[in-house]
Design a protein around this ligand. Structure first.
Ligand code: AMP
Length: 373
């Protein structure tokens, strides 16, 4: 293993799988700390490569390209969980991969993720595994309507999800199973969706960021409000769950955890992502270190400071042509922290950038991003 000393210092090279906005913001943090950064992504001039030292243009599962990235890097990380685990296994003897395969394997598969939560006594929605028509009928008989059918792998931002509210929806879903693995979940009546970012390094130092309150539109995160407008006990509960998950997962790096907050103030874990998360972008301007710096520090074996929030924050995602509106209006809003990911093509639902505003009053901040609210 190259760099068997697990402390990887600046001037070494970090290879990132994935060239999107998360890779871009990771790269920006790493670059400002003095690391060199290489990106593997099939899109030429990807968001992350615009701020990196080099890009290898290839598919993520192209083993030759991955070997090439491994040879050029001292450490490998990734910006998404749907990384091919076999490809990663094959480079582990060439380069340091600080994040455990276990982390990837659990968080990239909804059944394994929910089993992990259930087996560790962590709060999880009622769920059933579905791999056949009879499984689905059995699952519905246990969970009932309304429920949601989700693919175990590959789904994000509500992709590959089927709402099942009645028999008609069920019959429709039966025709869509296609031998794939699915999870049927009870549709939860929640008051709010909230999320927390947790960071852990290889000395078992664990830090959590403040809880974010998230508003989704069409299953895609739209606005994050931080700190979440919930009672102190909920903040404390989320933090405790996050610390327990980080320990049980043997986490290295940053992990995002999304929750449903029930009317009785109980939290249920919806999803986990073994990487910085969209709802943690506010940390760039509002905290003493960002989720991206925390991730880089943890995977490089560096210590992490106690996380402090210096300002309240509201973050709004800019989808599709909203980026053009934001660019045009930027000059009238010196208080906007605009992040433009530099993506060439506008596609349906694509995240093109975000705006964060910071201050003392959430209401004032929400007014400042009214245009995109
Ligand atoms: P997911 O891809 O699992 O994060 O789901 C995307 C969004 O769909 C969530 O942020 C929720 O707004 C909604 N959703 C997902 N699962 C459930 C559930 N079991 N009950 C109610 N709403 C859900």
């Amino acid at each position: 293993m190259k760099g068997s000393n697990k402390l990887v210092l600046p001037q070494n090279t970090i290879g990132i799988l994935g060239g999107g906005q998360l890779g871009q913001m990771m790269a920006l943090s790493a670059k400002s700390m003095g690391y060199k950064v290489g990106i593997l992504d099939p899109t030429p001039h990807s968001s992350a490569s615009q701020v990196a030292d080099f890009q290898i243009i290839a598919e993520y599962n192209d083993q030759k390209a991955l070997n090439n990235l491994a040879n050029k890097s001292n450490l490998i990380t990734y910006e998404f969980e749907n990384v091919d685990q076999n490809s990663i296994k094959k480079i582990k003897d060439k380069v340091l991969v600080p994040q455990k395969l276990n982390e990837l394997s659990i968080t990239s598969h909804r059944k394994r993720e929910k089993d992990f939560l259930f087996n560790n006594n962590l709060p999880v929605v009622n769920y059933q595994y579905v791999n056949s028509e009879s499984d689905l009928e059995n699952a519905i008989s246990k969970i009932g309507f309304p429920s949601i059918l989700k693919t175990c792998e590959g789904g994000y931002d509500g992709h590959d999800q089927i709402d099942i509210n009645d028999e008609k929806d069920m019959n429709n879903a039966l025709t869509k199973l296609n031998n794939r693995e699915w999870i049927l979940e009870e549709k939860v009546k929640f008051n709010k969706e909230v999320s927390i970012m947790v960071a852990r390094n290889n000395q078992n130092q664990i830090e959590t960021f403040p809880l974010s309150e998230n508003i989704h539109k069409n299953h895609i995160l739209h606005t994050s409000i931080v700190p979440a407008r919930v009672n102190d006990l909920v903040h404390e509960k989320a933090k405790n769950i996050a610390v327990k998950i980080a320990q049980k997962l043997d986490l290295t790096g940053v992990l995002g955890i999304e929750f449903f907050l029930l009317p009785n103030n109980e939290l249920i874990v919806n999803e986990m992502a073994p990487r910085p998360h969209n709802s943690g972008h506010y940390t760039i301007e509002a905290c003493n270190i960002s989720q991206f710096e925390a991730h880089i520090r943890c995977i490089c074996g560096l210590s992490i400071p106690k996380i402090k929030m210096d300002h309240k924050a509201v973050m709004v995602n800019l989808l599709e042509s909203n980026i053009a509106v934001a660019r045009k209006n930027l000059n009238n809003h010196p208080d906007w922290h605009l992040h433009d990911y530099g993506k060439a093509d506008i596609r349906n639902g694509r995240k093109m950038g975000h705006i964060t505003v910071i201050g003392d009053s959430i209401d004032d901040l929400l007014n400042k991003v009214e245009q995109f609210k």
